[in-house]
Ligand binder design. Structure first.
Ligand SMILES: [Zn+2]
Length: 120
């Protein structure tokens, strides 16, 4: 089994750790902006129109937060794979994932060939 270059791995680990902080901050930011988490909202005698628009923006926030949480899961699992030494190998064919691909998509768990196959 070919080993993943450790300098590349170290860079990716740093990058992923930064991404993780960024995503956590984004989730906190989105949660704070969500009208449903606004503490003043309960005292607000808002008309039903405002309620409806709050509802739809709440849904949008929820969707964005969910997306961020999924990204966080992918980042965490990539970090775990780095620490276990299994990072950079395709989950399907066990080949090394192209480093160019990982540079663009550090949380990738499949090589390009398997990813393409999966989409079909
Ligand atoms: Zn593969």
């Amino acid at each position: 089994m070919q080993s993943f270059p450790s300098d590349v791995l170290l860079k990716l680990q740093q990058h992923l750790a930064e991404e993780k902080q960024r995503v956590i901050a984004r989730i906190a930011q989105l949660t704070a902006q969500d009208p449903f988490s606004d503490p003043d909202r309960l005292n607000d005698n808002a008309a039903s129109d405002a309620e409806a628009s709050e509802e739809s923006s709440h849904d949008r926030f929820t969707a964005m937060i969910e997306e961020m949480k999924e990204e966080l899961v992918r980042i965490n699992s990539a970090l775990v794979r780095i620490s276990q030494g299994t990072y950079g190998y395709c989950e399907e064919c066990k080949d090394m994932i192209d480093t160019d691909r990982l540079a663009i998509l550090p949380t990738a768990t499949l090589c390009l060939a398997c990813e393409t196959k999966k989409k079909k």
